[in-house]
Design a protein around this ligand. Structure first.
Ligand code: OSB
Ligand code: MG
Length: 372
């Protein structure tokens, strides 16, 4: 199928409430919606990096630049019938890093190819589940009372697993407050690289709280100190920022740097690489779960599809649309039912973009057409 048209839209959508991590506070999300047209069909993807370089070096603007200048001009007009034809194209493969930029385009091509074949994206990826387990990620709160009230609200909506963002000075006491209130709730803590190996005593103290895992406690580029920390604590370590591809996963597992991996489609450069990491982890008996970047409905539909693979055995950070936005950009909005999200069975991602809403939130727009 020939790629006839590629469209980029830079969107700006306010979050229902601002979200604080150890590195920043966000009150809106700017992602790029990627539309790829071929054979009269539209495929949709989302560049899910943030507008700021505080989680990872990429930003919305760098993704826009890389796609515009170095990738799309070489892909437009191309004949693509399998995802490998995109991935092996020298001008795609040759771009080092910029995983979130590439993933946005790659997701759109997966959606297009699945729709062309008439299969759901989950089916195209080898998914085996018809629903996935959904958790919530909660930002740093001003006090425990506010935090417990928030958690109570999410549990009433049906979520069965809670992840709390932590940073030095806002860690043990908040986690202890949750554990005291909910003795058997699955709880995890995400530090976004806020700690050092010298904080080991704090982690040993937090071991007592019986948490599911600590996510990315140490440096964003580290797998060595994480291995040293893991040897001295009982709570499993989960890596997020440190894992960019399947080779990183293999090395981290080999070193004992983690017992769980958070797979984010954008961070690892797309669905194909996400699948590879999934497979390596499965063979190594390392469970995985799908991380989130406050995606709009398009990105979350891709997350749901990848989460339907068999080794996604832990609840992920993919929540219902109403956790994030007043109105989502897709129809139907993604809704939670008894802590679970349904895996769509319609061809492709299984949700439709709502162009009227998308138009309202678009702050930059670009189209590339095949002139041949
Ligand atoms: O570290 O998992 C993270 C959001 C932006 C950047 C990094 C992270 C997050 C989240 C949000 O935790 C998860 C979600 O999308 O609900
Ligand atoms: Mg994380």
């Amino acid at each position: 199928m020939r790629i006839d048209k590629i469209e980029l839209r830079h969107l700006y959508i306010p979050l229902i409430e601002s979200f604080q991590t150890s590195t920043e506070t966000k009150s809106h999300i700017e992602h790029i919606l990627v539309t790829v047209q071929g054979g009269g069909i539209l495929g949709f993807g989302e560049c899910t990096c943030n507008q700021t370089p505080y989680y990872i070096y990429e930003t919305t603007d760098t993704a826009w630049y890389i796609l515009n200048k170095f990738i799309i001009p070489h892909i437009i007009g191309l004949e693509i019938n399998t995802i490998d034809e995109l991935l092996n194209h020298p001008m795609y493969k040759g771009v080092r890093g910029h995983n979130f930029a590439k993933a946005g385009l790659e997701m759109a091509v997966w959606d297009l190819l699945a729709k062309h074949k008439g299969v759901s994206l989950s089916q195209a990826l080898g998914g085996t589940r018809n629903h996935i387990q959904s958790g919530v990620s909660i930002g740093i709160q001003k006090d425990s009372i506010t935090l417990l009230r928030k958690i109570d609200g999410f549990l009433k909506q049906g979520y069965k697993r809670v992840k709390l963002k932590i940073k030095p000075g806002a860690d043990y006491q908040f986690l202890k407050a949750i554990r005291d209130e909910y003795p058997s709730l699955p709880i995890m803590a995400d530090a976004n690289s806020a700690y050092k190996l010298s904080d080991i005593e704090l982690f040993q103290r937090m071991d007592e709280l019986n948490l599911m895992m600590f996510e990315q406690p140490l440096s964003n580029d580290d797998i060595i100190d994480h291995a040293l920390l893991q040897k001295q604590i009982t709570t499993p370590i989960c890596l997020d920022e440190s894992i960019h591809n399947a080779e990183d996963a293999r090395k981290a597992i080999q070193l004992g740097s983690c017992r769980v991996i958070n797979i984010k489609v954008g961070r690892v450069g797309g669905l194909q690489e996400a699948k590879k990491i999934h497979d390596i982890c499965q063979i190594s008996e390392i469970p995985v779960w799908c991380g989130g970047m406050h995606e709009y409905g398009i990105g979350r539909a891709h997350n749901i599809a990848i989460s339907s693979l068999p080794n996604f055995t832990l609840p992920g950070d993919v929540s219902g649309s109403n956790k994030y936005y007043k109105e989502d950009i897709v129809n139907p909005p993604i809704t939670i039912d008894d802590g679970r999200l349904l895996v769509p069975t319609k061809p492709g991602i299984g949700v439709e973009p709502n162009m009227e809403i998308i138009e309202q939130y678009t702050i930059n727009h670009m189209e590339f057409c095949n002139n041949l």
